[in-house]
Design a protein. Sequence first.
Lengths: 364, 316
Amino acid sequence: MDRELAFVLKRFSQYYSTVDFYIPEIEKREFGAGIEKKIDVRHMKFGSESEFKSFLVNNTPLYVSYSVAYYRFPKASPMELKGWLSADLVFDLDFETKNKYLSKMNFNKIRADTIRLIEEFLISDFGIAKEKIFANFSGNRGFHVHVRDERFSKLKSNERKEIIEYIKGIGLKYDSFFMQTDIQGRTRGPLPTGAGYAGRFAKKVLHILETEPEKISTIFKNEKEKQTFINGINSANWSLAKRTQHINKKLREIVKTELPLRTVNIDANVTQDTSKLIRVANSIHGGTGLCAKILTLDELPEFEPMHHALAFSTNPLKISAIEDIPEIEIGDTTQEKIEKGQTKEVPEYFAFYLKLKGDAKLII
Amino acid sequence: MAYFLKDYIFAAKYPFSSKSKEIMHNQSIEANETMAERGFERLSSALKGEIKRKIFLHNEDAIDEIISYASARIILSYIRNRFLINKYAIAEAKKTLFYLHEENEEDILLLARDVEINSFLHKNNKYFIDVVDFLLYAPKDVHYKLISRELDHGKVPITEHERIRLISEAVKKYIEKIPEAQSIPSAIKKSAEKLYALLPKIELRQTSFKEGENPPCIEAILKLINKHENIGHIGRWLLVVYLINQGMNNENIMKIFSNTPDFNEKTTLYQMEHARKRIYKMPNCSSVLSYGYCVANCGIINPMKYKIKPKNAKVK
């Protein structure tokens, strides 16, 4: 192992001696760990959190993950022999981008979608109690949301696929929100107080009418027209007379683009594959040096990874840039651009961030 | 506890129910040839897809019916043939669907609990089920996709008929759980041999597509068929249209479909003729996705574009 990596891992080890993980039923989980790859070894088992911590301190990996599933024999291999008992329902929200550094705008989007997933879908639609939902930063560009509710834990891959399809709005039909009534020309549509997608659709349309009505049609710049349409929606009357072809097209677009969580990659495989390993919450991501921090639902809206997920010190460390590094906001400062070949003294957490991203060498 | 004829009738119509177990608790049953024969009849009738409505006039008729059920279970636990188990489970589920429409509210809920659905709710003239139970027991049909439902705090609104349909699916899953065989009486073994003799005519015919020859959505459907599982109406239709567009003839398509437990020659033939007459093209991937049958991101727009069309898709 090279000196730089050994240095980084030593600091990982020190971090692990101070942190708690709060892993429920740890003895029923399979663990995996890696340095070369995210998972070099798997089929590991730990009887207790202190045993797990001792492993991390003494055999520190760059990445450590655990199974979303609970097994009778977590160490057994192949998978069929493990004796699957149940599995957390897990969502992996990640931003697909070719850029090495995630923009603040994209991160804000994924954070907003994570909050929508929890509040609109898991709590409101699926009726999952708040205290059974756990979120953590993924350590890189997104979030993991774990549902630990025994009602859902027995569900197999097919049923989990249905949940994902629901959240991603696959098969969502605009026309299914409306129904012709006996009164000619009158269409009955969803009420803003309604449940699921239908209610959300009505709420969303009302919100747009209140804030930027021209997004639906310039007709609604006229206060009277707008108010009549709003009053209609509030009494489930989405009369066709008001829904011209143009308006219908706009409303259809809202259903398609703004209601489902389609813009983000809710990594379907993580949710569907009930034998998947996922990063241990509160462990360090070996590709960024950031902590996969456990977050309460109240902390989530304010969470900024480059401020709140730092695991290392501000002690200065010298680096040499292998690539051009853009200006990056991290910790309490904005780190200026660093040109390829330049050496510079930076805080330890930033030095590790660049080193693990493969953009800098540590000069130690 | 004293049981009345109506209890016996209930137990006979639903021999997997707790009431049936209670009634049989004090009966001493000998595993003789008559019993084995009754089990054989029940299974062979399921194989033929027969759903017979029975009238039970006396307690003894009911007991006889329950015995045939128990015997069928023992035969299945000995044979452990997946095709037969699926076929049998479908027959029992259909029978339940048939009978349940005439039951009162109390009995419907009693049976639902027996097959592990505890979450039905009847409020303001509307029926609801817990979303987890809905996911577990919804038939494979686009009509039952969660996205088409108004999901509210974990409750899914359903109609009265859908409630019964969900129970019938739960019955199917319940029946499919066949316990491991303990010691098997020789009379049962003999009946099992007789059933084996019936099986080859409708037993699995392996499809001989090479792996990777078909798009993943079609492979997934074929995999289900090879496991003798039901693929749902849309799945069946997608496969028919795909195979027709691949240039396969009716006879070979029929051979593939004969692997499904709810195979019906007439329906399959009708679907094929209909698809050919209308010159149905394979739906695009976006439609396959919305039907819930897309399983991979192939980066194509139509499953037919998956790879160069094989000249002759063959079936053994």
